[in-house]
Write a protein that binds this ligand. Structure first.
Ligand code: SF4
Length: 343
């Protein structure tokens, strides 16, 4: 819902200021239209339905994966494409009583397309259109909230969030109303230092993830042209400063590309880059190894054995590591696959 337009319309209708909050509260709880907002006068509900689209996004297509992942392709009012993904993790079964629903995490876009052309990324191969507004970001979350409650959000869809940080932070402010606390919100960057610095100063305790993908400058610049502007050492220093300030571990995203960045000595170089640990001996970084998803690119994903060996090399040097579960690969909803195409 275009929240600025909502406020303007309510003011023009002579409604009290609290009305906007009432409308938002309903939307954030998963209401499907103005007609459900029963604490608003009926004539006002009708006026709003006539004057304001309930979402700033039009759903174009939606695809569901065998693993429960849902990918939605939207268009903005001016016809710009973007995608968002809902990932469902397994329910937890208690010995007695009903199972607790597993994590419901959404991956949202901050831009339509992306200007940063990372070589392994399907979004980077698209034409960049524009930054999304906070309302357009929130409408991705609200779309999934209308399906079921959600509790985690990652800004890892289309675009570089730090290039649109005002809108991203504007959306983050309202995510707790939808069920996603700041501590369960992660903003990912390819290393846009001014954004990392600003995030370190912001008062919301959101998490930071750095898409690293190579532990030395030459390879990283080849894979991610942004490295020419913000070289590795400077980016890592900015992340360390974020950690000292916020006391929150920084996630390192590392996509595993066969024969490119998955060799043993590259794991050792990565371990060296991420050391030393912070104060009190606790690691500053946690590495998330991401099996690469075929997206019509020139790269192949590393095999299971290579990923396991890479992981073992990092762990033997005290670097915490996880290997990301691949979700939604069959509907092109996995990492690096978002390119505004129906699966
Ligand atoms: S990886 Fe992120 S920053 Fe790089 S092109 Fe893709 S969306 Fe843009």
């Amino acid at each position: 819902m275009d929240l600025q337009a909502l406020e303007k319309i309510l003011a023009e209708l002579g409604e009290p200021r609290f009305r906007a909050g009432q409308v938002w509260a309903w939307a954030a709880r998963g209401a499907e239209g103005f007609e459900q907002m029963t604490n608003l006068p009926a004539p006002l509900r009708e006026q709003l339905a006539a004057l304001l689209p309930f979402s700033s996004l039009q759903l174009q297509t939606e695809a569901s994966s065998r693993d429960g992942t849902v990918k939605a392709l939207f268009a903005t009012a001016d016809g710009r494409p973007l995608e968002a993904v809902l990932m469902r993790y397994r329910d937890r079964h208690a010995e007695h009583g009903a199972p607790t629903p597993g994590r419901r995490s959404i991956c949202v876009s901050s831009q339509s397309g992306c200007p940063l052309t990372c070589r392994f990324c399907a979004t980077g191969a698209m034409k960049f259109a524009r930054n999304l507004t906070s309302s357009e970001i929130l409408d991705q979350a609200l779309h999934f909230r209308r399906i079921e409650p959600i509790d985690h959000c990652v800004f890892m869809g289309m675009g570089e969030p730090m290039l649109n940080l005002d809108a991203v932070l504007g959306a983050c402010e309202r995510l707790p109303d939808i069920g996603v606390t700041h501590r369960r919100t992660t903003i990912s960057t390819v290393g846009w230092i001014p954004g990392i610095e600003r995030l370190g100063e912001c008062d919301m305790p959101v998490r930071l993830a750095l898409s690293l993908h190579a532990a030395e400058d030459a390879l990283r610049s080849e894979l991610m042209p942004v490295n020419e502007r913000y070289p590795l050492a400077d980016v890592i220093e900015a992340c360390r400063a974020f950690h000292s300030r916020r006391r929150r571990r920084v996630f390192i995203e590392y996509v595993m590309l066969a024969g490119v960045n998955d060799r043993y000595e590259q794991a050792l170089a990565l371990a060296r880059l991420l050391q030393p640990a912070g104060d009190r001996g606790k690691p500053v970084f946690k590495v998330n190894l991401i099996p690469f998803n075929p997206s019509g690119s020139e790269f192949e994903g590393s095999g299971r054995e290579s990923i396991a060996a890479f992981r073992a090399a990092l762990e033997s040097r005290g670097v915490p590591v996880t290997v990301r579960l691949t979700r939604g690969r069959d509907i092109a909803a996995a990492c690096g696959q978002l390119a505004a195409s129906a699966a």
